[in-house]
Design a binder for this molecule. Sequence first.
Ligand code: UTP
Length: 408
Amino acid sequence: MTYQEAYEKLEKYGQLHVLKYYEELTAEEKDELLAQIEDMDLALVEACKHKSELNKKGKITPLSAMQLKEIEARKEEFTAVGMDAIKAGKVGAVLLAGGMGTRLGSDAPKGVYNIGLTKDVFIFQRLIENLMDVVRAADTWIHLFVMTSDKNHEATTSFFKEKNYFGYNPEYVTFFMQDMAPATDYDGKVYMEAKNKISSSPNGNGGWFSSMMKWGIVDKIHEAGIEWLNVFAVDNVLQRIADPCFVGATIVTESEVGAKVVRKNAPDEKVGVMCLEDGRPSIVEYYELTEELMNAKDENGDPAYNFGVILNYLFKESVLEDIVAKKLPLHIVEKKIPCLNEAGEFIKPEEPNGYKYEQLVLDMIHELNSCLPYEVVRNHEFAPIKNKTGVDSVESAQALCKENGIVL
Ligand code: UTP
């Protein structure tokens, strides 16, 4: 992109301040900035001007989950179907590891965090160990696709190499990068993180499939004959991946997506819950759950919105290509954004100072025709690490690992 083209693009979106230091830059830095301006979706930030109108929910009604009792009763049937699909190479796994993990407070990728107490146990290692259980049972390797971002790609790929993929077969591990989105102040003006660089952050975990398409990975999926993709978060160290019973239940019930869910531990627990929205499967976030919905009961007198998602979904691959063309809703999230201040000095703010722009995987559910919420035992499968201490922390995850006989 030429300077003139960049100028016009920035002018169109009211972002000319991006060129404030242009004349001070070296030729190489100028090129870097122009390339970033070309790449950046600046139309996105316009959305913050009508933030309150974004993501209005439709009519919410309950969606029942397949519960533990039924799963236990049909375990053999589901597991056999799931195992067949895995052995036939029809199931792939997608690890979402592009996030910044800001709450954990480490600059390194979350997966390299060591939760070990008496020995090294890295988060990535825990996930690979869990996947290996299925690899061994099925006696076949499972393709693992790992999403990273511009901020952590190099650190993630070199960590896997350094640790010999924790015993996984490298031929079955493929990395790809998600896109970045600009970060802005509260008026939608993009921040600069250096004189030649717009502040940017990963654009949320909702872009995983479009990024796979961009990276040509979807062709690889077709060649390999993969029909189901198990998408999961990096931060749940008890995450069961390519769980044969879950895979089988999703296939047997002819669902386009299966979603692992846990029974909420309190009506106001901060997890998104499964529901129907205007008659289609959907997830309502905890902050969108009204008092009325929180206390609603089903025909058995149980809480009607009682199953929280744990970011473990099994998507039918063939339906993803259709939905990816549709624009997923945009979420504007208040965050602390490192940036240049008025004097051109780099600062790391103590308090939130603006917005990041994200699309979320949970919004893909609403685009599908059918979803199987599949209950799992919370203490066996849900140990998220979001914070250093307290709720959903390294400490709580360590205790849950111990409870499950995992030596740390
Ligand atoms: P979180 O919502 O917990 O975000 O991600 P985060 O960035 O990891 O952590 P905070 O909010 O900054 O503390 C849930 C999952 O989605 C992935 C994360 O890596 C994690 O597995 N994710 C999130 C992405 O892959 N890309 C993103 O842009 C955001």
